[in-house]
Design a binder for this molecule. Structure first.
Ligand code: 3HC
Length: 297
């Protein structure tokens, strides 16, 4: 489908249909690719379907897409609980929870399912792509493709190459992402990659500032929006990312790099333990009526 690739990508598998996985599936379907979305059970499939309907429904409401186009887009996505349905995929992107054990098990299982020339990718935000890739018998065909939230909107995708990623795999994935209108950047396999390494020190600092009662959440966020032109303040952005995800990213970066900027602010762990995960749970630094609703408290 892309002019620049040597492989022809037509069918893309996405494993895990949470916020990121569903967003990634939407991006490919919007660009004409056939998508196979895999979840562990029917509940996961239903959640994925709702994500997709909600996100594309928003585009219809904003008159960016007609109802017919929405139906066509959704028609390009097949949702299933069967990993073996990925046998026809040219590329499989794994976007499940940030657990090395779970991801490795998926990459091991894919060995017996996908074609030898299929490319495998992980959307991990902080785990070692190299370690994940070793679970597959062909680690040279594995790359990281790190999308940003919300995936249909944010144009950056980080491609993570390991020391054994084959150059043609890297070039083909770069071409494919460009064909989606994304801006791919390439980096090595170090926790946080480029953007999260820079971003999360700042976000963590904002949490510490809030925890120390130095300023209100609204004022911290307003300072960065109106003073620095950021589209969202740091605390609102953390709610969007998910506080559990943010904690895991910081913790992994801190354990790997020992940079104290990344030592998670204690209140972050307390929020996660208390089930305050941000937009997805209805409450984080702010309270939400629904995942995309304006702040109500
Ligand atoms: N899903 C799909 N589309 C969405 C969306 C969502 N959750 N939220 C907003 N959009 C779309 C809207 O439909 C709209 O599309 P349109 O221009 O075609 O009509 C467009 O985005 C703008 O939305 P809004 O007008 O409602 O709101 P804003 O202009 O305030 O934009 C935002 C919302 C895009 C979320 C913007 O505030 C933003 O860019 N925030 C920063 C997000 C960011 O920094 N993301 C990176 C996080 S780090 C990360 O993901 C890494 C990971 O490892 C944690």
């Amino acid at each position: 489908m892309s002019d620049e690739t040597t492989r022809e990508f037509t069918t893309v598998g996405v494993i895990g249909l949470g916020t990121m996985g569903a967003g990634i599936a939407e991006v490919f379907a919007r660009n004409g690719y056939a998508v196979i979305g895999v979840e562990v059970n029917e509940t996961g499939v239903e959640r994925g379907r709702q994500h997709l309907e909600h996100s594309t429904g928003r585009a219809v409401k904003r008159e960016k897409m007609t109802e017919e186009q929405q139906a066509e887009l959704l028609g390009r996505i097949t949702l299933t609980t069967e990993m073996k349905d990925l046998a026809v995929a040219d590329l499989v992107i794994e976007a499940v929870v940030e657990s090395l054990a779970v991801k490795k098990s998926i990459f091991r299982t894919l060995d017996d399912i996908v074609r030898d020339d299929a490319v495998l990718a992980t959307n991990t935000s902080s785990l070692s792509v190299t370690e994940i890739s070793t679970a597959n018998s062909k680690p040279g065909r594995v790359v990281g493709v790190h999308f940003f939230n919300p995936a249909p909107v944010q144009n950056l995708v980080e491609i993570i190459r390991t020391v054994v990623t084959e150059p043609d795999v890297l070039a083909d994935v770069q071409g494919l992402l460009r064909s989606l209108g994304k801006n791919p950047v390439v980096c090595g396999d170090k926790a946080g990659f480029i953007a999260n390494t820079l971003l999360f020190g700042y976000l963590n600092h904002a949490v510490a500032m809030y925890e120390g009662k130095y300023a209100s959440r609204e004022d911290i966020d307003a300072a960065m929006r109106f003073g620095c032109g950021y589209p969202m303040g740091p605390l609102a952005l953390l709610d969007l990312i998910g506080l559990d995800t943010a904690y895991e990213i910081l913790d992994t970066m801190y354990k790997q790099g020992r940079d104290r900027l990344h030592a998670p602010a204690p209140i972050l762990k307390q929020y996660v333990t208390a089930g305050l995960l941000g937009r997805k749970s209805g409450r984080g630094f702010y309270t939400y009526e629904a995942p995309d609703s304006p702040v109500v408290v």
